[in-house]
Design a protein around this ligand. Structure first.
Ligand code: SF4
Ligand code: SF4
Length: 291
């Protein structure tokens, strides 16, 4: 690495998560995650991942010590990434990250401790952004999204929300690249939920390949039929993301393209207010069904 290269330390905490968000991001193709972690994808700038419990080789107290040292030594200069929602009930007893004085440190305590002096906090995935599946009713663990938690504690560190269950690798890599290139996003580059407009600026319904069917009132009655999937529970009319144009799995297909409908996975309403997934739960004006 050139001595003039600027290093950006990154600490990645995983809270109440299935690890699907990280797996999605590890599948980044252009650039690959190896490029992101090892090379200078932005010339002169390099992401230095100091802590991620799933991908790092280190473990135990030594690994935690590296994260704690980064927080102390690089105040205001490191990026904190969080995936998974944060269990807050009963003083956070439902999840811990490492120990202090031989006692577990709760996820909520760790997130608060590491957020205070971060340059920015990136919530990755709908659990970290809005609570997601672990925060679904009745939510016995008191899971919360990161922004809600930090606001309740008066922590003003900027939060960028990269929502999705899971998020597309491009949404994460593109947001990190933009941070390295241009610094923190301005308010007009984010939507009302803190999501980058570059990726979350348009409704799924606006660019959907089945939109002509919707406009003509041609609605599929069962999966596998041609037609718009609205009557089968598609949540595209309330969901913001660029899936119809970006596609998934390196441009192979996407949810509506494969006939499954959009589940609204990037939305704060996910999952409680978009369930049942294959039942129409949103009412919008439609033409009479002509299929
Ligand atoms: S309701 Fe769903 S399938 Fe129908 S046009 Fe909108 S996004 Fe596409
Ligand atoms: S189409 Fe909808 S459910 Fe599928 S990934 Fe995109 S936002 Fe999520």
């Amino acid at each position: 690495m050139d001595s003039k290269t600027i290093e950006y330390p990154v600490i990645w905490l995983q809270c109440a998560t299935c690890t699907g968000c990280l797996i999605s991001i590890l599948n980044s193709v252009s650039p690959t995650i190896k490029n992101v972690l090892i090379d200078e994808v932005i010339p002169g700038k390099h992401v230095n991942l100091r802590f991620n419990a799933t991908v790092m080789a280190g473990a135990g107290d030594l690994a935690i010590a590296i994260a704690e040292e980064t927080v102390k030594k690089v105040k205001g200069g490191y990026l904190l990434i969080v995936d998974g929602s944060i269990p807050t009930a009963k003083n956070g007893v439902y999840g811990s990250i490492g120990e202090r004085n031989h006692q577990p440190v709760s996820m909520v305590e760790r997130v608060i401790e590491f957020s205070r002096d971060a340059l920015a906090v990136m919530a990755v995935g709908t659990c970290a952004t809005f609570g997601g599946i672990p925060a679904a009713a009745p939510n016995p663990t008191g899971c919360q999204g990161l922004k809600e938690l930090l606001e309740s504690k008066g922590i003003k560190t900027p939060v960028i929300n990269v929502a999705g269950c899971p998020p597309h690798p491009d949404w994460f890599v593109g947001t990190v690249a933009s941070l390295l290139l241009s610094g923190l996003p301005s308010a007009d580059q984010l939507d009302d939920f803190g999501r980058p407009l570059t990726f979350y600026g348009k409704l799924i319904h606006e660019n959907c390949q089945r939109r002509a069917y919707f406009d003509e009132g041609k609605f599929a009655k069962k999966h596998g039929d041609p037609g718009c999937l609205y009557e089968l529970g598609c949540k595209g009319p309330i969901t913001y993301a660029d899936c119809p144009t970006r596609l998934w799995n390196t441009g192979v297909n996407w949810c509506v393209g494969s006939g499954g409908g959009c589940h609204g996975c990037t939305q704060p309403e996910f999952p409680d207010l978009v369930s049942p997934l294959y039942v129409k739960t949103i009412e919008i004006e439609t033409a009479p069904n002509k299929l």
